[in-house]
Design a binder for this molecule. Structure first.
Ligand SMILES: [Zn+2]
Length: 123
């Protein structure tokens, strides 16, 4: 994978991370705001974070993977960003094979090829 290609995934990862972090902060913020506003009657409109990360399909696939384990996904996003910097992004952690782009498009923070990932899930 060349630099230009890696940059595309980097941007996706950054957008995804900020959206995920934003979601977490937003939940926390909303519950804080709720308890505060009971006191002063303040009505703040909820901020809507819509990260521009692409098509609806792309988002849907994310939502599915996000629901599985958001915390682990955040770790993997950071790991993937590090690997982009190192130039090792898109290479399977276990067997060293190239991770297919179709997989990276669906899960940009994938660190294993399909074969290794399915083997791990089976353990
Ligand atoms: Zn592999």
């Amino acid at each position: 994978m060349n630099r230009a290609e890696a940059t595309v995934y980097k941007e996706r990862l950054l957008a995804l991370r900020s959206r995920m972090c934003g979601d977490v902060d937003q939940l926390r913020e909303n519950s804080l705001r709720k308890s505060r506003s009971e006191g002063n009657g303040e009505m703040s409109s909820m901020p809507i974070h819509m990260a521009d990360i692409g098509s609806d399909n792309y988002e849907q696939e994310f939502s599915l993977s996000l629901m599985e384990n958001e915390g682990a996904a955040l770790d993997k996003i950071q790991l993937s960003l590090d690997r982009i910097e190192e130039g090792t992004y898109g290479v399977c952690d276990d067997c060293g094979a190239k991770i297919p782009k179709t997989r990276l498009n669906a899960i940009p923070y994938a660190t294993q090829c399909v074969k290794c990932a399915s083997q791990q899930e089976g353990v």
